[in-house]
Write a protein that binds this ligand. Structure first.
Ligand code: XIL
Length: 339
């Protein structure tokens, strides 16, 4: 009897030895700073892991669909859309009063095979893209706060990337995509999203591209900086601030859309400390630079990060560890928000 009572008391009141008391979630700290904070969400753990759902509920005011709104998953056959998984994500966000970033309407990866496996005329490519954007944005009208309309359209040298969309339609595909998305949901914020924050040439090219599109009247409201980095190779905060300011001067808001900081094995305290400093500096940069309105990591827990599959020998890239315990990076973000 005694043992039962003592154990129950321990479970209810005390903190297990390695657990860090977390306090108010990041969401509560970001709200008074008028900053959205969030994570990309994978659908399997959303359905199957209560710890994942609890962490998202505690820390996020905005969620990005990691994969389920990409072309292949959501439009697997010419006449079939598979909205179920994305609908579940949107429903979870709504239950928790969170915003949703839809990712991504036009990209060259994770396309359905039926898109690329046959020849088409320019008109056919246009119709295909138009119908896709209208159907997906239309389905989520009023429920998706912001869309990554075009993802990664600029190559490392600053030219437009050779994608099926560029080859099929020509450079006008970007303007068309933004216009069609706007027609389908005039209230959604429309973003251009890309990586390469330390590549000044690419940043300038993105700036020029968006400036020219805006001049033509394309409905673009924001730019996303992906911010995938690692402890050895990362942009300087000053470069990030410069990119944000330049985009903001075009009248755009800027979201940090996919931040993670990969660490090489073994994941030592020293390396996790370096990672924490990067999270701290980038959060500070976002808070201190006018125009930065959201800070989103590409996942929330190391248990479900894309990094180990994508980069062999690297991982531990997110603020919570695989057991959902706060890492130094989590505390660094929290400290930057509480400052
Ligand atoms: C990644 C997902 O996280 C993986 O699960 C998937 O296998 C590949 O794509 N830039 C982007 C994201 O814009 O869509 C990518 O997401 C990561 C890089």
């Amino acid at each position: 009897m005694w043992i039962v009572i003592i154990c129950a008391g321990f479970a209810a009141g005390a903190t297990p030895r390695n657990e860090i008391p977390i306090g108010p979630g990041l969401r509560a700290l970001a709200a008074p700073r008028h900053l959205d904070i969030g994570a990309a969400v994978a659908i399997e753990p959303l359905a199957g892991d209560p710890r994942y759902r609890d962490a998202l509920a505690r820390d996020c005011s905005i969620l990005t669909s990691e994969n389920v709104m990409k072309f292949g998953p959501i439009h697997p056959e010419p006449d079939r859309y598979a909205f179920e998984a994305a609908d579940a994500l949107v429903a979870f966000a709504q239950q928790h009063g969170m915003r949703v970033r839809g990712h991504a309407l036009v990209w060259h990866e994770q396309l359905a095979p039926w898109v690329t496996e046959r020849q088409r005329t320019r008109e056919e490519w246009q119709r295909l893209l138009h119908d896709h954007i209208s159907a997906v944005v239309g389905h989520y009208k009023g429920r998706v706060y912001a869309w990554d309309v075009v993802n990664e359209a600029v190559a490392e040298d600053g030219t437009l990337r050779e994608t099926p969309w560029l080859k099929g339609i020509g450079p006008d595909y970007l303007e068309m995509a933004f216009r069609w998305a706007h027609e389908a949901d005039p209230d959604a914020k429309l973003f251009y999203n890309d990586y390469g924050e330390s590549n000044e040439r690419k940043q300038k090219a993105i700036h020029r591209l968006l400036r020219d599109l805006l001049k033509k009247g394309a409905p673009i409201h924001g730019a996303g900086l992906q911010m995938h980095m690692d402890v050895d190779s990362h942009p300087r905060p000053s470069a990030v601030a410069r990119a944000i300011t330049r985009l903001h001067r075009l009248g755009l808001e800027v979201h940090v859309t996919e931040m993670d900081v990969a660490v090489p094995e073994p994941f030592t305290d020293r390396r996790l400390g370096e990672q924490a400093e990067l999270y701290r500096k980038m959060m500070r940069t976002c808070l201190d630079t006018k125009g930065c309105t959201a800070f989103i990591t590409w996942g929330i827990s190391d248990r479900y990060s894309w990094i180990p599959a994508f980069r062999r020998g690297w991982g531990a890239a997110l603020p919570l560890d695989a057991e959902f315990q706060a890492k130094p990076g989590y505390r660094a973000i929290r400290d930057a928000l509480s400052r």
